[in-house]
Write a protein that binds this ligand. Structure first.
Ligand code: SF4
Length: 401
């Protein structure tokens, strides 16, 4: 298949495909799916070998957000019956982080709901990072606190943060239909602030919100241009009690095509299968590891993932290995770009310098002329697959790691 040969060759050279080629990946058929995974797998192995980076989420403050992001169980007016609590104490957060690191996580992701942090919140997170790094100086810390004001990224960097997460989520064109309380430009600004302060930029997307293929390609190219070092690919978890609760329009096959497209556009960037992995990829999760080089261990912010040990067993059974604390995640040339940005000298245009949720299987029966299946119309509501988190941070129960 010419398309896949071209994409593989470009990916092995670290080149970005054309927009048309990226769209063509999303248009491939189920019969072509394993070839798509194999091609993306070659690119993944070129830059990341068989390593899988594990990341562990600690929800520092859950729910009660004044923002209205339609996909989010913590949003203003959300009826989702999630855990709601205010800031964890540093020792509580450090205990949760320690469980993740003990389970194999290399990076701890400290997340708090809200539009953005106050300066007092930066103090709290500073104390929390100190407590975590006291126990394990090697651990990478990524902070996710929403929109940043001037100088907050610099304060987080000085306090020991390694990375900042702020997802673009969807295309600029559709952003206004998903969220009204802030803009796409606000999000870009925060990613640039983080990058400009020398923090590694972690920024990704959410698929399954009713977006078009063009929207997906737009946001993935935008992330490449922003110079995101890690790209979390979330698959919408349609929480009951949120406006997108009925958006069950992803199939495992669609998720794999999306992951492959993200990999081809970001050949040498950390691509992470994020929220919705178990809900939407289901038994196809191991194939996702052939494309992405990073996952979250255990639970998510407000929903439960599969058992941490099951994550580890899956990685081993699929022939991959957990990335160790002493191993570099990004290829050397990508690290150089990040260092240049931190030093204030623009490396490449891609560095954004400037200051910073299955279709019914035919079950093996022969159908000479199968009726065309339109993706997004035949997925039954599978709210039984969404389990609200009731353990770990903010509870008396042990974390899943
Ligand atoms: S700002 Fe964050 S926590 Fe608040 S509704 Fe949006 S995604 Fe959820």
């Amino acid at each position: 298949m010419d398309l896949l040969d071209t994409l593989t060759a470009k990916g092995l050279r670290g080149e970005v495909p054309t927009r048309e080629e990226a769209l063509a990946v999303l248009a491939t058929t189920d019969d072509e799916l394993l070839d798509v995974v194999a091609a993306a797998g070659k690119v993944r192995r070129r830059w990341f070998g068989r390593r899988v980076k594990l990341n562990y989420l600690v929800n520092l403050k859950s729910g009660l957000c004044p923002e209205d992001c339609s996909y989010c169980s913590q949003r203003l007016g959300s009826k989702a019956e999630i855990l709601k609590y205010t800031w964890l104490k540093p020792e509580q957060a450090a205990d949760a982080a320690r469980a993740g690191v003990a389970g194999g996580a290399k990076r701890v992701c400290l997340v708090a709901s809200g539009r953005g942090p106050t300066d007092r919140d930066i103090d709290r997170v500073t104390d929390t990072m100190a407590a975590i790094k006291d126990a394990d100086p090697e651990v990478e810390i990524c902070v996710c606190l929403g929109l940043l004001s001037d100088n907050q990224a610099e304060r987080l960097k000085a306090a020991g943060a390694d990375a900042y997460n702020h997802n673009l989520n969807t295309s600029e064109n559709t952003y206004g239909t998903i969220t009204k309380t802030h803009t796409y430009a606000d999000r870009v600004d925060t990613v640039q602030k983080a990058h400009g302060a020398g923090l590694s930029a972690c920024s990704g997307l959410i698929a399954g919100m009713g977006e078009s293929d063009e929207d997906l390609v737009d946001v993935v190219f935008a992330l490449r241009e922003l110079g995101s070092d890690s790209v979390p690919v979330n698959f919408l978890i349609p929480f009951e009690g949120t406006p997108l609760a009925k958006e069950w329009n992803l199939t495992p096959q669609r998720c794999l095509r999306i992951l492959a497209m993200v990999r081809f556009v970001n050949p040498d960037t950390e691509v992470r299968i994020a929220g919705g992995r178990e809900v939407h990829l289901r038994s196809m999760q191991p194939l996702g590891l052939h494309i992405a080089n990073s996952i979250f261990l255990g639970d998510y912010l407000t929903s439960e993932g599969q058992a941490g040990q099951t994550d580890l067993d899956m990685i081993k059974d699929a022939g991959f290995e957990v990335e160790g604390a002493g191993e570099a995640t990004l290829p050397r040339h990508r690290a150089d770009v990040a260092e240049a940005a931190a030093a204030g000298s623009c490396g490449t245009a891609a560095s954004a310098c400037g200051s910073g949720g299955g279709c019914g299987p035919c079950g093996g029966h022969s159908h000479p002329e199968p009726a065309p299946v339109e993706e997004g119309t035949d997925e039954e509501l599978r709210s039984d697959l969404v389990k609200v988190r009731r353990r770990g941070a903010g509870t008396e129960l042990a974390p899943n790691a």
